[in-house]
Design a protein around this ligand. Structure first.
Ligand code: SF4
Length: 354
């Protein structure tokens, strides 16, 4: 069911670019669709974006300079999602609105063709999944990510994808073709293998073991795919045994890299997450009070998480090709190919993603 909407300007800012004070674009809602079937209880706000390639502000420490986010909001509904506040900037709520009212940039593909054809575009790597998930369920309906990949491949423009969804496998052959023309890197985000923690904290996502299966299939198809262990949740998924389990499982799935990310709670999402925690595990309140005096946990805790996951990954044979070369060495060799083909998507760059 669809209904024409009055032209309503939506104003947004880009959270992943750590630029909370800057207005990024004014776009217009041109249509609204109320979901049915598997999308019942959802609403899709169609907008015409003014631009689709978003430049990351110079001050940002993320190692990519350009991003594409075709969707705003995400029905994966992760409780900790740092992108929730972007909905508030749009005049929508960060709770249910974020999960059920999805902004769709319906002109994304057309805009991308136009922007890539510009003489000022230098073919720099483009990161997808830096704000909301490019393979969230809405992608099954709109196919924007699929078409964007096709256009980037046509232009031999390097790109990366971060997702929590196995829907990425729908585009396996397209990604294979793209990887023959340019640098393509995928990362699956798998925060834990603990099913209880997964179900309560990421209720709309595919099960973790299916995501690891996607990692295996992507690498078998020749598309370098790593695992982002993100985020590790204090008191829920940060026990040494849990960290060792996911580190080893990533290696066994053939991940080319593993990147643990400790939970951080910045302004906006902090209250939402802590209210959720209070409803499911009120006994953890004191632990969180101690850990989150600031947005980021103490460095010693971040280090413990990183070392435990990396150690388990290495012990299980992770990060090494069949020929015994580390993936990091391979990436360094590829970096010599051309200035625009430098490894666009080393796992380290993904510290700010979902
Ligand atoms: S963390 Fe990623 S997958 Fe989860 S709701 Fe946010 S954007 Fe979606």
């Amino acid at each position: 069911m669809s209904s024409r909407a009055r032209s309503v300007p939506l104003r947004w800012r880009i959270a992943e670019e750590e630029d909370e004070g800057r207005l990024f674009a004014d776009d217009e809602v041109v249509d609204r669709h109320v979901g049915s079937g598997e999308f019942r209880r959802m609403e899709f706000l169609h907008v015409n974006a003014r631009t689709i390639l978003n430049r990351v502000p110079e001050a940002s420490r993320v190692p990519f300079r350009w991003t594409i986010n075709a969707y705003r909001g995400c029905s994966h509904a992760c409780t900790y999602c740092f992108a929730r506040p972007t909905h508030e900037y749009l005049g929508l709520g960060i709770g249910e609105d974020f999960e059920r009212r999805i902004v769709v940039k319906v002109n994304a593909v057309e805009r991308l063709r136009h922007e890539l054809a510009s003489s000022s575009w230098l073919g720099e790597p483009v990161a997808m999944g830096t704000n909301t998930d490019p393979y969230q369920p809405a992608e099954g309906k709109y196919h924007l990510t699929r078409e964007i990949i096709g256009v980037l491949a046509e232009h031999e423009n390097p790109f990366s994808i971060l997702t929590k969804s196995t829907l990425v496998l729908r585009d396996l052959s397209l990604l294979e073709k793209a990887a023959r023309r340019t640098e393509v890197r995928v990362n699956l985000s798998v925060g834990t293998l603990d099913r209880q923690v997964w179900k309560m904290s990421e209720p709309g996502t595919p099960p973790p073991e299916r995501r690891l299966e996607a990692v295996r299939r992507l690498n078998e198809a020749g598309i370098a795919c790593g695992v982002l262990v993100a985020p590790v949740l204090p008191g829920l998924s940060d026990a040494p045994g849990q960290l060792e389990q996911i580190g080893a499982a990533a290696a066994e799935a053939g991940a080319v890299s593993v990147t643990p990310v400790a939970l951080h709670l910045r302004r906006g999402v902090r209250d939402h997450y802590l209210a959720w925690l209070d409803s499911v595990r009120p006994d953890l309140a004191l632990l969180y009070e101690g850990r989150f005096r600031r947005a980021y946990q103490p460095e010693s805790e971040q280090r413990r998480i990183a070392e435990t996951v990396h150690r388990a990954f290495r012990r299980a044979g992770g990060g090494v090709t069949a020929g015994g070369t580390s993936w990091r060495q391979l990436a360094a060799r590829r970096a010599d190919v051309s200035p625009t083909r430098r490894d666009p998507v080393g796992a380290e760059q993904l510290r700010f993603t979902c």
